[in-house]
Structures are given as C-alpha cells and as structure tokens.
Ligand binder design. Structure first.
Ligand code: KIV
Ligand code: ZN
Length: 556
C-alpha cells in the first residue's frame, strides 16, 4: 500500500442534493425483479454455462417467480444464440415471462439479437453503451456528443426493426453503462435523448437501467444519484428506473436498498450475487431482507437449499458458509450465550404459539429458518465455545431429554471439555453418546443388579436389591415411603449413604407403546459437593433407582 499521504486514490465526491428524501423513507413495495444470472452471471464464470446448464437454471428462475430474465448476449456467442432459440422453439418460456437480451448499441449486434428473438411472446431488448468520462477518454476516445449519438442511433435502429418481431411484445431497456462513474447531468442527457428517439408511453414505458458497473463509493452516494436522476428526468412516468449494482466495495446490497428508497422501481441481480469480479447484487439477500421486514418480495425462496444446489451445479460456483440466508452456517450458533438465548426464544415461542400469526422474535435469528426450508437441527451445534444451554437444547430437541436446569452446567462442562480436547465440533449423536457414557452406563463403583419392592402398608414399602459395589456383590434392604426412599435407606443400612438426596424429577420420553421414563436425581455430600444422575427405563420405578445409582457413581 502507498504510505500516507495517499496520492494514488482520491474521494469520489458527493451529489449536491441538500433536500434528499430517501433517508426518511422505507421500502414498502416489492420492485420488479430481473435476473441477470444467465448473462452477467454467466459472463463471469471461469467455465461459462452450456445450453443444458442454462436451461436448468432458467427453469429454476421461473420457479422462483422471476418475470424478467436476461437470458444472454445472443449476438456475442453461438451458445447464447442457440439458447435463446431453444427456449422459444421448444416453447419453454412460461406465460408472462419476458426474455431479455443484451446488445451493444451496434448495428450488426442489434440485428442478430432480433434474429434470436423471432417468435418470442414477450421480449426486452437491452441496449447499452458506456458513458463515463473514464470510458469516454480511455476506452473509446470519444466526446460526449459522440457517445450520446451511439445510444440514440442504437435505439433508433431497434425502433426501426420492430416490425421484424410482429408477434412479440417488445420493451426497450437502455443502460448508460458505468452510470455510477458518469456525471449525473450527462447520464440524464443521454437517457432523455434515448427517450426522445424511442418515444415510450405510460403504458409501455422504457426501462432506464442505471448500473453501478463498478461500485466506487458509499451506498448513500448511489442513493443520491438515483434520487437526483428520478427527480430530474423529464417524463418520469414513461420510464421504469432500474438498479444494477455490483459489489466491488462489498455494499451492493446496501446500495440497492438505498436506491429503492431513492425512487427506483426495478432491480437487476443474480442468485447469491454471482457476477463480474466481486459479483452482481445478490437478489436472494435483498428479497429476504424485505421478507424479514414483513414485506413479501414476490419471489419464492421457500426451498433455498434446492435453489443453492441447482445454482452450484449449473454455475460451478459455491455459496460461502456465511452467505446471508443460503450459507451452511447462517442459522447455526456456536457461542454459548447465543445458544442460551435461542433456546429461550424457541421455548417461549412453543409455549405462546408457534404459528405464522405470531410475530417472529427469537434472539439472533432474523427470520424463521423453516420459512426458507432450513431446519432447526442446524441451529445449535456444540464446540468448546458452546454453553450449557446449547447442550441441553440438543438433548431436548433431538433426544427428548429435558434436563433439570441445575444439571445444565455439569453436562455442558463435560461436552465443552470433550470438544476442546478433540479440537472439534460435536455432532448431536456424539453428545448423546457422551451423555450415555457419563450418566447411563457408568457402573463403578455401584451397579444395580436386581431389585424387588413389596408393599408393607399404604405408605411404606420395602426395597430389596442386589448391588455390586466395586467387585463385591451385596444384598441390601430398606424401607421407605416410595421405592427411591426405600433404596436410599437400604444403602444407608449397608453403610453406603454419605449423601443427601436434594432433587428428584421424572418425565416420559416418546409416546405410545415405546414410552420410556427419564428420571433425574441430585445428590449432595455433607461438604456441599453436588452430582446429578439420570436413569432411563420403561418402568418409572426403575428409572428412578438407576438415576440414583448414576448420581452416586458421579459423586464417587
Ligand atoms: O454492469 C453493467 O454495467 C452491465 C451493463 C451491461 C448493464 O452489466
Ligand atoms: Zn453488470
């Protein structure tokens, strides 16, 4: 990096818009969406998609609900042309879906684009040329007038050729490419000249797409550009203002959202933000951000894992684990305090009503993962950073074991130590296996080999048990007001009671004929040391005795 003072870069500047309105607005309407996955996204792939992959992705885009899909650049490559023909000739375009094709404002490319669209029902012809001072000077060596002329001539040719698409409802889109770096006054001048040439109507407005071809500044400047443009455009009601942000500074989503506040009507982007360099705008994120605010985006992302699968298969790209909404880890909490809060939120929701009528308010989860086909199992995973709440949550949710609260720290510690010593995350099954080893299968020093209970009176029973203490078998017997109490007295008679039973609780697991009982017991020594035990058995009585043995073994 250059040492300060930096002379190699300078601030882009600001738009003079003292009375800007966008900061006071909210997004209250879904925009028109246009997917550019098959063009801008495809252009940016190391190995571009073939017709087969493009078809599969096109079908997915239709399923999601896109009504405008830029299918390619048919005048630029044979595959692109063939794809357009296949869609039209094989009648693969659902009703109401417009096929958008991109073309530079050059005669032979425009003519070839027309050929590619023969027989389409609805088409958007997207003409572009670059307008920024940098492009004018470096790439084209042209004056402003010459650049404007290219746009006007291109659009005039499209207009002249319209009779060649007699069965097609055609809409025009014009992009002053590199709009983000163009003087707003000049971008406006070119777009108005294009409108004069095209003569749009309120019924068939022109799409003016204002691309942040390269993202060069903070999103508020983008919003100012859009608001300035919308406010100064002569026949605003005859134009649909479209956004097309890229993500060079990592703020493509924010720029689009602020651009919508600034008055834009339409959004171009791709699934998961595929596209040139750092990518195009990620439509999934913007749409689900709207959804999380209670505004339906009019796109369906109910099965996001399927969408991701098709996207990855057709493009060869991968979705990052942390990618909003679609990433593997985005509904996963590793930190203990997050897990605790999520568990509390989920429990409360279960109690208060877990239906769509209840406002979603679960800490750390901006939306309900189920709404986009993600599962709860993935929410809490256990590693050495996890807390007691997370472990209890997994045991409860996955295995039906509701540990008493006082037991959470003890069990949490066991799992943390295991994860820490093995330097890895523990799967739910491993958590249960460890719990089993520590609580259900430990039989040293004490093991219950057999037992019987006899009723002595209405409030007294005798418990006779065969136990193994270390390697020695013993017969013990005691009386009490219930089996656990009688067993404790039996241990006392045998000189083995060096504890006080401080808590006992039980609940059933499962239902029907497979119901089992889970019992939990807390013991405390005179010195104040506490241990918990758990027993699981089809008999409530036996689960209690096993819980006592389990706690005894953890104490000794
Ligand atoms: O990023 C861009 O400017 C484009 C145009 C062709 C619209 O993709
Ligand atoms: Zn682009």
């Amino acid at each position: 990096m250059q040492k300060a003072p930096i002379t190699k870069y300078k601030p882009w500047g600001v738009i003079d818009l003292p009375h800007r309105q966008w900061p006071n607005r909210t997004i209250d309407q879904a925009p028109l969406w246009c997917s550019v996955d098959l063009r801008d996204g495809n252009q940016a792939l190391p190995i571009p998609m073939g017709v087969r992959e493009k078809l599969e992705l096109f079908e997915l885009l239709c399923e999601i609900g896109f009504k405008q899909i830029e299918i390619g650049f048919p005048s630029a490559a044979q595959t692109e042309f063939d794809f357009a023909r296949k869609l039209i000739e094989d009648d693969l375009v659902p009703d109401g879906v417009a096929l958008q094709v991109l073309t530079q404002a050059r005669e032979h490319l425009i003519r070839r684009s027309f050929e590619s669209l023969q027989g389409a029902e609805k088409a958007i012809i997207h003409v572009y040329n670059s307008t920024s001072p940098l492009q004018r000077r470096v790439t084209f060596g042209m004056s402003k007038e010459q650049i404007k002329q290219i746009a006007v001539e291109g659009v005039s040719l499209v207009k002249k050729l319209l009779p060649e698409l007699p069965d097609t409802e055609v809409q025009l889109e014009y992009s002053p490419e590199s709009f983000s770096d163009t003087e707003v006054e000049f971008a406006l001048e070119v777009c108005e000249a294009v409108m004069d040439a095209w003569e749009p109507t309120v019924q068939n407005p022109i799409i003016l797409n204002l691309p942040a071809t390269v993202e060069l500044f903070t999103p508020n400047v983008h919003a100012d550009q859009i608001e300035w443009f919308c406010g100064n455009l002569r026949e605003r009601d005859k134009a649909i203002i479209s956004l097309h942000t890229h993500n060079d500074r990592g703020t493509g989503t924010a720029a689009t959202e602020l651009g919508l506040l600034a008055g834009a009507d339409r959004v171009e982007g791709t699934l998961f933000g595929n596209g040139e360099r750092t990518g195009n705008l990620d439509i999934v994120t913007v749409a689900l951000n709207m959804y999380s605010q209670g505004l339906h985006p009019e796109l369906n992302f109910s099965h996001i894992e399927h969408i991701r699968e098709v996207y990855e298969k057709t493009t060869g790209m991968t979705v990052h684990e942390r990618h909003p909404y679609g990433g593997d880890l985005v509904f996963t909490a590793f930190s203990g305090s997050h897990q605790d809060a999520i568990k509390k939120g989920m429990d409360l929701r279960q109690k208060e009503g877990d239906t769509d009528d209840f406002h979603w308010q679960v800490p750390y989860l901006s939306i309900d993962p189920r709404d986009i086909g993600r599962s709860y199992e993935a929410i809490i995973r256990i590693n050495s950073q996890s807390g007691k709440g997370g472990v209890a949550y997994v045991l409860s949710r996955e295995f039906g074991l509701d540990l008493p609260k006082a037991m959470h720290p003890e069990v949490g510690l066991i799992m943390n130590e295991k994860a820490d010593s093995e330097s890895r995350e523990l799967a739910a099954a491993e958590i249960y296996e460890t719990f089993k080893q520590e609580y259900l299968e430990k039989d040293i020093p004490l093991k219950l080999l057999a037992y019987e209970t006899h009723k002595v009176s209405s409030d007294e029973i005798t418990c006779t048990a065969t136990i193994k203490l270390n390697e020695e078998s013993l017969e013990i017997s005691g009386n009490g007001n219930g089996p656990i109490n009688a067993f404790v007295h039996a241990l006392e008679e045998a000189g083995l009671k060096d504890f006080k039973l401080t808590d006992y609780r039980q609940h059933s697991i499962g239902g029907g004929s497979a119901t089992e009982s889970a019992a939990f017991i807390q013991l405390q020594t005179k010195a104040g040391r506490v241990a918990h035990g758990c027993g699981i058995h089809a008999s409530i009585e036996k689960s209690g005795l096993l819980a006592l043995v389990s706690a005894y073994n953890r104490l000794h």
